[in-house]
Ligand binder design. Structure first.
Ligand SMILES: [Zn+2]
Length: 382
C-alpha cells in the first residue's frame, strides 16, 4: 500500500519547502520530491498547500481520554494512543507522578511489556518524582516525596524493563551527584523540576549530566535579581527547557519572555495533560487527589494547578499567538529537540526516506487537519 501526499509545504527543523510531495510506502516515508512530477501511488491526498511536519513527540503527559499512567490500568495505552493523534501527537513518554513506591512500581510494571499496536506510540516513560523538593510540590502529593536514592532508581529502571528515559528530580537534594551518576549509567535523562536549586547548583549538576528543566516557571525557584534560580538558569544555561504554553501555567507574556531568551533551539513544548484532556469539564482524579476541571484549567481543592487539559494542537496555536515563532521553530519545539536529546533522531522525526511516516498537517490558520502514524491516517478534519 502506498500513499502519496501531494501539493504540500514540508516543514523540517531547518526549513520550509513549498510545492512538495511525500510518498509513504507501508509505514515509512519512501521518497520526497518537487511538484508537479509525482510518482504513482495506490492512494493520493491533495494537501492543498497545507503544512506537513513531523508529528509531535510529547515527553510530559500523564494522561488523556479518561486514563492516567498512574492507574496502572491495562487499557491505558489503548485509550491514550487512540486519542493523541486527534491532538497532533504521534509519540509520547508516559509520565508517572509522585505516589507510594508501590503505586509507582505498578504503574511502571504496567508499561514495562509495551509493544506497539496502534495510534500514538509510547517511546518510554518520564518518571516525575518522587525525588523532588517538598518546597515545590505543585500537584505532586508531598506525603510521598523521597530523597533521591540511586538504588531506588536502579530498581525502578529494572522494573520498567529499561523504559524510563527521563526523570524529573530536585538536583539540590543530590549534592554529591551520586543519583545523577546513576541516571547517566542507566541512560535516563535528568531533568530538574519541582526544585529549589540555585543557579550555581544547576550549573554544577549540568557539568555532571543534567540536561533538561521540567515545566519552566511551575514548581521551581523563581527569578530573583540576586539569585537567578531555576528560571535564570533556564534562560542562560544550555539545558532543554519544557514549557506548558496554555496561558494558564504562565501568562502569555512569560511564555514570550522564555521564548525570546531560550529560543526554539532549547525549548520543548509539553502539555503536562491529565486524564481530562479531550473530556468535558467536571471532577477528576490526579494521583488520588480530587481535581476540578473548568475550561482550560485543572485545579486541586487548594486551588493549585493540577496538570493541564491542554492539547498539543492548542499549544501550537498558542505559541504562534504568544511569540513570533515560525513553523520550523514549531518542529524543533514539538519534536526535533526532544528526539535529539533522547538520542532518537537516527530512527524517527525526520522527513526523509526510511523514516517512520509519523506526520501532521496544519492549515494556514494553524488548525490540525490530518494526523498520520506509521503511514496510517488516524485523524482527518477538513
Ligand atoms: Zn507533570
Amino acid at each position: 500500500m502506498s500513499l502519496l501526499i501531494e501539493n504540500v509545504t514540508l516543514v523540517t527543523h531547518e526549513n520550509v519547502f513549498e510545492n512538495k510531495w511525500l510518498l509513504i510506502e507501508e509505514d515509512r516515508i519512501s521518497s520526497v520530491g518537487q511538484m508537479p512530477d509525482v510518482p504513482v501511488a495506490d492512494k493520493t491526498i491533495d494537501g492543498g498547500g497545507k503544512y506537513l511536519l513531523p508529528g509531535a513527540f510529547e515527553i510530559h503527559i500523564h494522561g488523556a481520554n479518561g486514563v492516567d499512567a498512574m492507574d496502572a490500568d491495562e487499557n491505558f495505552i489503548e485509550k491514550i494512543s487512540s486519542h493523541l493523534p486527534t491532538t497532533g501527537t504521534t509519540s509520547f513518554l508516559a509520565t508517572t507522578m509522585t505516589g507510594t513506591f508501590e503505586n509507582i512500581r505498578s504503574s511502571i510494571e504496567n508499561l514495562s511489556d509495551y509493544n506497539y499496536s496502534a495510534g500514538a506510540e509510547m517511546l518510554g516513560i518520564h518518571q516525575e518524582g518522587p525525588f523532588i523538593s517538598t518546597k515545590h510540590p505543585g500537584a505532586q502529593d508531598p506525603k510521598y516525596i523521597l530523597p533521591p536514592d540511586a538504588d531506588d532508581i536502579r530498581t525502578m529502571q529494572e522494573l520498567s524493563n529499561h523504559q524510563i528515559r527521563l526523570i524529573t528530580y530536585a538536583p539540590e537534594e543530590d549534592p554529591g551527584h551520586e543519583f545523577l551518576s546513576a541516571l547517566n549509567d542507566l541512560n535516563i535523562i535528568p531533568s530538574a523540576g519541582h526544585t529549589d536549586a540555585t543557579y550555581e547548583q544547576l550549573g554544577k549538576a549540568y557539568r555532571h549530566g543534567l540536561r533538561h528543566i521540567t515545566h519552566l516557571y511551575n514548581g521551581m525557584r523563581g527569578l530573583h535579581h540576586r539569585e537567578p534560580g531555576v528560571v535564570g538558569y533556564s534562560y542562560l544555561g544550555d539545558a532543554y527547557v519544557e514549557i506548558i504554553a496554555d496561558g494558564v501555567h504562565s501568562k502569555p507574556e512569560m511564555v514570550r519572555l522564555a521564548y525570546d531568551n531560550i529560543t526554539s533551539s532549547r525549548m520543548i513544548m509539553i502539555t503536562d495533560a491529565m486524564r481530562a484532556q479531550g473530556l468535558p469539564d467536571g471532577e477528576y482524579d490526579l494521583g488520588g487527589q480530587n481535581v476540578h476541571v473548568n475550561g482550560n484549567e485543572a485545579r486541586l481543592e487548594s486551588g493549585a494547578l493540577a496538570g493541564s487539559v491542554l492539547t498539543m494542537e492548542q499549544a501550537v496555536k498558542n505559541m504562534f499567538e504568544f511569540t513570533d515563532c515560525g513553523w520550523t521553530d514549531i518542529v524543533k519545539m514539538t519534536s526535533y529537540n526532544a528526539l535529539k536529546s533522547l538520542d532518537m533522531l537516527a530512527c524517527r522525526g525526520l522527513l526523509e526516506a526510511g523514516y517512520p511516516a509519523d506526520l501532521v498537517m496544519y492549515d494556514k490558520d494553524k488548525e490540525l487537519t490530518m494526523t498520520i502514524v506509521r503511514g496510517e491516517v488516524y485523524y482527518e478534519n477538513h
